[in-house]
Design a protein around this ligand. Structure first.
Ligand code: WQD
Length: 334
């Protein structure tokens, strides 16, 4: 079975390619490398001792995309912009790069009669919690343009499936992916100043940054700092393979991929300090605009439907992230 992976050179994409190759799938990566590097794919092939095909292309280029789709059986769609803060400043670019690009993908898949799709969605579609843990039945409404693009795409997929029930679509709602492959060869490689907590902590630990800015310690949480459901990226990648097996029957289903456990910012700092053997300096700053105090998943539907559950704990996430950071002090670009 041949799987086209859009954005396959990215953080979650590259880890998913490792699992796909190890499971015996043929993989074609389609990536414009706007927020990734071909180096990650070289390392994917090094880890697996297997080859994958790569096409440098933009999802909006339907001619090239359809040519690349020839011979593929399914698509995993990671390509897109994902920075919440940036989406507030550049909403039109986010609608173009996420919504319009996904529309182009669906139209191309339809023309090629390929109707198996895994879509990379996000827990951000739940917005402020009405109840916790988040189940898939929680109301959908988002608090930022990035989340809104994910929600619009989800609605587009549900509408498509109603119009043509022969589509088989899995919508995977990620909680907070962190960590790295245990080889230390691939991991999170943010360009510029990391938006997300874990890569920022790792850069402080390696000496690239001075101290961790803790955005608020006055939330109604156990220690006042934000609580999230951190998920090892390899667990997340494995969830995609379980979802791929599930695509053997037409449906359109949304599934949470999380651990079901919430950890605070200070929990993560302490866990990372244990993993790297150093104190991690931090300063308490005001809350970050748009942040939610606390959310975490109820992952029971993923267990019931896909037979998937996260295996790795926070210590393992930090250990693996630290190994990647040590082996790649400046990320992939030396
Ligand atoms: C986690 C916690 C911050 C940075 C976002 C997107 C989500 C997904 C993951 C794409 C919060 C605190 C953070 C820092 C801090 N992205 N924090 N100092 O905001 O939960 O989720 O990224 O798919 O869709 O919404 O992740 O890592 O930015 O923040 O104190 O330097 O860490 O306030 O409580 P977030 P995050």
């Amino acid at each position: 079975m041949t799987v086209l992976v859009t954005g396959g050179a990215g953080y979650i994409g590259s880890h998913t390619c490792v699992e796909l190759l190890n499971a015996g799938f043929d993989v074609v990566v389609y990536d414009n490398f706007s927020n990734s590097t071909p180096e990650s794919l070289k390392r994917v092939m090094q880890i697996t001792s297997k080859k994958l095909s790569t096409v440098c292309g933009d999802v909006r280029d339907k001619a090239l995309l359809e040519k690349t789709l020839e011979g593929c059986d399914a698509v995993i769609h990671f390509a897109g912009s994902k920075a919440v803060g940036e989406s507030v400043e550049k909403p039109l670019e986010y609608y173009e790069n996420n919504v319009y690009a996904t529309l182009c993908l669906l139209q191309s898949m339809r023309r090629m009669n390929i109707k198996k799709l895994i879509f990379s969605s996000s827990a951000t579609v739940y917005g402020n919690p009405e109840f916790l843990p988040f189940t898939e039945a929680h109301p959908l409404r988002t608090t930022n343009p990035y989340g809104q693009t994910k929600l619009v795409i989800e609605e587009m997929l549900r509408n498509l499936h109603v119009s043509d029930p022969t589509w088989s679509i899995a919508i995977l709602r990620y909680f907070n992916p962190v960590g790295a492959h245990e080889s230390g060869l691939i991991g999170e490689n943010p360009q510029g100043i990391p938006n997300n907590l874990m890569p920022y902590i790792a850069q402080v630990a390696i000496g690239r940054r001075q101290c961790v800015n803790v955005f608020g310690n006055d939330y109604p949480t156990k220690d006042g700092t934000g609580v999230r459901d951190y998920l090892h990226v390899v667990d997340l990648a494995s969830g995609h393979l379980k979802a791929l097996a599930f695509l053997d029957r037409p449906q359109c289903t949304a599934v949470n991929l999380g651990t079901g456990k919430g950890y605070s910012v200070l929990d993560v700092i302490h866990a990372f300090s244990k993993a790297c053997g150093k104190e991690i300096p931090y300063a308490i700053l005001p809350r970050r605009a748009g942040d939610i105090a606390e959310f975490y998943s109820d992952p029971s539907f993923a267990k019931e439907l896909l037979g998937w559950a996260a295996k790795y704990d926070l210590d393992k996430m930090c250990e693996d992230m630290w190994r990647f950071q040590c082996q790649n002090p400046k990320g992939y670009e030396e």
